[in-house]
Design a protein around this ligand. Sequence first.
Ligand code: SF4
Length: 693
Amino acid sequence: MRAGTEVRTTCAYCGVGCGVIATPDGKGGAAIKGDTDHPANRGRLCSKGLALGETLGLEGRLLSPRINGRDAGWDEALDLVAARFRKTIAEHGPDAVAFYVSGQLLSEDYYVANKLMKGFIGSANIDSNSRLCMASTVAGHRRAFGTDTVPGVYEDLEEADLVVLVGSNLAWCHPVLYQRIAAAKQARPAMRVVNIDPRRTATCDLADLHLAIDPGADVALFNRLLARIADAGALSAEFSAHVEGLEESLAAARADQGRTGLGEAEIATFLDLWIRTEKVVTVYSQGVNQSTSGTDKVNAILNCHLSTGRIGRPGMGPFSITGQPNAMGGREVGGLANMLACHLDIEDPAHRSLVRSFWDAPTMPEKPGLKAVEMFRAVAEGRIKALWIMGSNPAATLPDADAVRGAIAACDFVVVSDLFATTDTARLADVLLPAAGWGEKDGTVTNSDRTISRQRGFLPLPGSARPDWAILAEVGRRMGWKAAFDYASPAEIFLEYAALSGHAAAQGRDFDISALCGLDRSGYDALAPVRWPVTATRRGGRFFADGAFFTPAGKARMLPVTSRAASGHVDVEAPFVLNTGRIRDQWHTMTRSGRAPRLNRHLAEPFLEIHPDDADRLGIRAAHLVEVESRHGRAILRAMVTDRVSPGQVFAPMHWTAEHAPTGRIDALVAPFTDPISGQPESKACPVALRPY
Ligand code: SF4
């Protein structure tokens, strides 16, 4: 791209999906500003987005393939990958191989990975780090709506009279949405915001009411709300014709004796406010999802909206906010082990048959594959013998990370595609493949409100790096499936995927972008942000106000749910509950954000938030080091003594890895307990012991 030319692209970080205008300087860098035409941000960017230009240098980049630590050519590396995967499949069957992919991949990358694994290798062992992000929402949506459909749009956050944030530090984790709500509240001071979070986070600055709920008690609180909705006569008689399961759900809600940790007066204030405000949006994020009862928490929230018919209308509805830039795109292309492309269901024979025939695929697995935590357990047990990890760092970020690191190290054959060779995971690879990164490659991403946006390259590919879709397609061809992976551009992949969505919609699925399959190459290049569905008769909009759902009966399902304690038991040996999460200016394991000096100045090292009473009792002083120990691992962190956390609870950020701070690897402490339905790990409630270091 010529220096000085403005290129419209999408931010590399969170699921808000802000539009960015990059102007390359001709020397490998670029000036960055917000895109005022993008509907997600209308020109706004947060600190991370604004610093993207500082993260583009090639220092430390992986610039050529490596085999066992030595540089190699692409032909040698790809032949080895194809041969080892073929050999493993021949000797041990297709389920002996696995792909672990990422919400950082673009939809075109994700689509090809999913097609290769499910249609041609013949296993469903492809799962994504999005399993750690919003798998509970996917499961909750599918239980209630029949499909993984986000009902609302971002404008609902501004049109609501009440925004309820649950387990979401929006101010730090999705800052531009926080700014949009703050601006709406400033314009309409009567608008109310309630923040439900065990911690008093920066998001509380906007809240009229902060409910410092006990960790994991969301089901108990929303069951209280459902019961009160019924008692107050606020059930929607009109919408009830479109809903099943009301009586059972109400009975379960009334019977739920779960503790919330909240006072009766503050609960009553919240319930009354919710019930008397028709235009209410309930926004939820990782505090809901990352839990052994995450799916039930999602359904407890959906139950309240379904029972009142507050869904799919302006300013109303449940709203899941995703963490990663393309977690939603990954869901749409079937990048999770229990899904097929275009929201088709791997366990439905008609759906399998549709995808198999569309791909002209030799095979199609009949059952879901292993979800992330199970997948790495299978690696540890030797059941998975060849593993390809793309754009992710599971040796640092999965729960029980030391065990995961050991499992990857012991695996027979490990391929890692990444930008850097120095991540905790890349150091364990037999074959390292240099992937193209943000600003270097082309494709699409989908944000939290179903808006598909282009990411566009504006820098040359460094060294011999290649886009992930091209690497995957080349391996597919070398494994013997030349025609199926004969892609010359991401546009060809997108158009194939758009065509498949039309067939999926004909089977009653929600995801339909079939009107885009007529795009030519230049139309794809010029594609402006567009919210799906995109059909001949419909473009964007909300779902479900008409009461039409994607279940066999065409009705929404309310689910009877009951609150449960977190899986880890706090006891005398591990008396504190560890909550983990993000900080404002870092992203994931800091491979990109850690390169921007101004982002590193915000919070420069791993830390532990601890309540002053607990610190006093344990003899821990502010800024001194604390040893944190769980049944799985140990970390040494700087004490931040603050009443932002309640007594008995502590908080630590999840960004630091062995590369940056060997003693700060927080996921080494987190227990590998998962939600029985979604498979999402419990990253917010791990029992730990503390002592001064
Ligand atoms: Fe990027 Fe998210 Fe910040 Fe927007 S809010 S600029 S998408 S990190």
